[in-house]
Unconditional design. Structure first.
Length: 77
């Protein structure tokens, strides 16, 4: 590789990095997270998270030697 090629490759990488940084920064300005209004109806609104275990089945995708029972997490609105 010539010195000129290395300088051009470095400059292209820095330019691409700055371009990605600018796009990410502008994305946050263009797409802000908005807060939803509070519910006004008579019913309660919320979520619950459940950790479910199935002891009759072995976890198929575990990386450990003893995978244990199958586990599943669910969030219900």
């Amino acid at each position: 590789m010539t010195k000129r090629f290395r300088i051009l490759a470095w400059a292209a990488a820095v330019t691409a990095g700055l371009l990605v940084l600018a796009v990410v920064a502008l994305w946050g300005i263009a797409m802000p997270i908005r807060n939803l209004p509070e519910p006004t109806g008579p019913h309660v609104v919320g979520t619950i998270s459940l950790d479910l275990n199935d002891d009759s089945r072995v976890e198929a995708y575990s990386l450990s030697d003893d995978p244990g029972p199958r586990r599943f997490r669910a969030q219900i609105w």
